[in-house]
Design a protein. Structure first.
Length: 134
């Protein structure tokens, strides 16, 4: 097969370069509202079930784009969240990592919170925001 090892730093740099506009916006917001708390809420971890994802394709055409293995999607998500964490640090913000109650034992989004093929359901956000006092 056509496989190769890609260093973590290469994947991180890929995301970091694409988040430069997000960083600039965060810095601008912090400049405008220096005393306001700043939070970064990443997308929830991936849904591991290919069957569920294929059953809820949303905008994705899986005849054109192959669904990658769950473990690969989780690794990519982890690196992306780390790139977002750098943005939070740059503006003295807080990164809101997915809480343990929302994860399965492998670190994927727990089934009770699945929605569509890439999202968490309202119960996830309701509980998360409730814990934050929002």
């Amino acid at each position: 097969t056509n496989r190769q090892i890609v260093p973590w730093s290469t994947v991180f740099d890929f995301f970091a370069q694409r988040l430069h506009l997000t960083l600039a916006r965060a810095q601008l917001l912090k400049k405008i509202l220096p005393d306001a708390p700043f939070f970064v809420l990443p997308a929830p971890p991936p849904i591991p079930s290919a069957e569920h994802i294929y059953g809820h394709p949303e905008i994705f055409d899986f005849k054109v784009h192959k669904l990658q293995p769950a473990e690969f999607r989780l690794k990519i998500h982890t690196v992306f969240v780390e790139a977002q964490t750098q943005i939070a640090r740059a503006v003295n913000g807080q990164m809101l990592h997915p809480p343990s109650w929302a994860l399965d034992p492998q670190g994927f989004l727990a089934e009770e919170f699945w929605h569509g093929c890439t999202h968490a359901n309202p119960a996830y956000y309701s509980r998360l925001f409730n814990e934050m006092g929002i």
